[in-house]
Write a protein that binds this ligand. Structure first.
Ligand code: AMP
Length: 535
């Protein structure tokens, strides 16, 4: 027998109607510009009509290359509410990856901030399916290309009405948004969120033991809206009616701290590199309104957290997640059994990932498939499951290897879980380097280095870095009889990979240590380099 409750699909248009009905007066701030949800909602309807006017098919992907801004928020609402799929794209990826992603998603129309156009426009001829490039004029002086495919966002909106519109997404399992993540080998992989998963994730962020977001908060997602939907924070702010503060393209440390201070922000989230860059300017501003600073996407080091505790009075908290997991799966917090913790112990606990949030499950599994005990002692592969977690990748390669036969996601992280359910990440099995919150594929970098005929072998490993979290180190074996320097390798890489992928440290070796099966033994390399550095 079924329960007798109403079936109301969990969909993104319900968020739009919620903010407009209940929180029309609440603020949406981009840099210097303040609007309210009453201003934004009619613009979302205009946008939906623009998509109809441009004949964008229902179910098609619509790409965005945009900073955190009100206009991007309008796209977050208007694209999925009108039945299309919001495809956020990271413009910091290198050109070939961007081209692959746009073509793999078969984006029909792109919405591009004018300040990002210099990166996107040179690639447009490689985009097979894109019919229009709609420019969001966020400033800058990049000349608008004289091309019939280029349209202006405000012009298009002005031609349409903002009158009420019946957004009907009947199926809560319909695709709402798409975000690509780095593949360890090969191309990036798409994660396709549903309306239901987005709404459930937005609700779980509100939990008192997660981020405890409420109508009284002023939420500033610094984490980019092109990276896992800014951790779902824009949608969570809509659920609870918090004010939203978005930095736009102004992301220097001084600009960010000024924004947090001026708008009396209470909750903000970013990766460790961003929080670290802010330290020198923290003391010059009144940040007394901040009650929670979340740091995710990587580990929180205690030097960073203690600097925040010393200068503004609160430490950072940590959260663990992936693009595949919407992303938040854990959020650190003090529980009853931590009542006695003080000082450094308390800070260290808050700086670790913490327990699973509602609707998600975690387990740690040994190589032979057996479950590791939940006593914090024995690491294994972290696997996760839940309604906000991917069941397959988008596209032809569904990434079956990344999922277990009983449907759990294999994370590629090595972890322990203690008796209280608290997660600790101890290592990573995937061949990726996370630098400043963004991925560098070791394999892609190795291939780019080995494309140089002067190179016999190359292996790339991630080494801890005080500013970026990790940086790639390239270990290169020159071809026989060849003289090669680190500068030669860097010169070869320029233009072949994104500039921030190019390793500062290049080790020229006689050979790369191998495992019994002939693969690079990156563990041995790490030990060798560590030892070498200590000399
Ligand atoms: P992404 O899909 O780009 O968000 O990256 C997800 C990956 O980032 C995870 O699989 C981890 O390797 C890493 N990561 C995320 N959060 C944390 C954390 N709190 N501590 C350590 N590593 C993390």
């Amino acid at each position: 027998m079924h329960g007798l409750m109403q079936h109301r699909p969990l969909t993104i248009p319900t968020l739009l109607s919620r903010v407009e009905t209940n929180f029309g007066h609440k603020r949406v701030i981009t840099g210097e510009t303040t609007s309210t949800w009453s201003d934004v909602a009619p613009r979302v309807r205009r946008l939906a009509r623009v998509l109809d006017h441009l004949d964008v098919p229902v179910g098609a992907c619509v790409g965005t290359f945009a900073w955190n801004s009100q206009r991007h928020l309008e796209l977050y609402l208007g694209i999925p509410s009108s039945g299309r799929i919001l495809h956020t794209i990271n413009h910091r990826l290198y050109g070939e990856q961007v081209t692959f992603i746009v073509n793999d998603a078969a984006d029909d129309v792109l919405f591009v901030d004018r300040t990002i156009l210099p990166v996107v426009w040179p690639l447009v001829s490689s985009f097979a399916s894109v019919r229009y490039v709609v420019v969001l004029d966020d400033g800058g002086d990049f000349p608008l290309p004289d091309d019939p495919r280029v349209l202006d966002y405000e012009d298009l909106l002005a031609q349409q009405s903002g009158d009420p519109l019946d957004f009907a997404v009947d199926d809560e399992n319909a695709a709402a948004s798409l975000c690509y993540t780095s593949g360890t080998t090969g191309n990036p992989k798409g994660v396709l969120y549903s309306h239901r998963s987005v709404v459930l994730h937005s609700l779980l962020l509100l939990g008192a033991d997660v981020f405890a977001l409420s109508e009284r908060d002023v939420v500033a997602p610094i984490v980019p809206m092109f990276h896992v939907n800014a951790w779902g924070l824009p949608y969570a702010a809509m659920q609870c009616g918090a004010d939203l503060v978005l930095p736009g393209p102004a992301t220097s440390p001084e600009e960010l701290v000024t924004l947090l201070s001026r708008h009396r922000v209470t909750f903000s989230a970013a990766v460790a590199t961003v929080w670290r860059d802010l330290i020198p300017v923290l003391a010059d501003h009144d940040l007394g309104s901040l009650r929670h600073i979340a740091c995710g996407g990587g580990a929180v080091d205690d030097a960073l957290s203690s600097a925040y505790e010393r200068i503004i009075g609160i430490p950072l908290t940590n959260a663990w997640g992936m693009t595949e997991t919407s992303p938040v799966v854990t959020s650190s917090r003090l529980a009853t059994h931590h009542a006695g913790l003080t000082g450094e112990d308390r800070r260290l606990l808050l700086g670790s990932p913490g327990p699973a949030v509602p609707l998600t499950e975690m387990r740690v599994v040994a190589d032979d498939g057996t479950l590791q005990p939940r006593d914090g002692s024995t690491p294994g592969e972290l696997q996760v499951a839940g309604a906000t977690i991917a069941s397959a990748y988008f596209g032809a390669d569904s990434g079956a290897d990344s999922f277990t036969t009983d449907g759990w996601l294999r994370t590629g992280d090595v972890a322990t879980i203690d008796e209280w359910g608290y997660l600790r990440i101890v290592d990573r099995t995937k061949d990726l380097v996370k630098s400043g919150g963004e991925w560098i594929s070791s394999v892609a970098l190795e291939n780019a280095i080995m494309a140089d005929p002067r190179v016999r072998e190359a292996a790339v490993i991630g080494i801890a870095d005080p500013r970026w979290g990790e940086r790639p180190v390239a270990c290169v074996v020159p071809a026989a009889g060849t003289h090669l320097t680190g500068d030669d390798v860097r010169a070869h890489l320029r233009g072949r990979v994104a500039s921030w992928w190019i390793p500062e440290r290049i080790e020229l070796l006689d050979e790369i240590p191998k495992t019994a099966t002939g693969k690079w033994s990156k563990q041995t390399l790490r030990q060798q380099l560590g030892a070498r550095r200590a000399d």
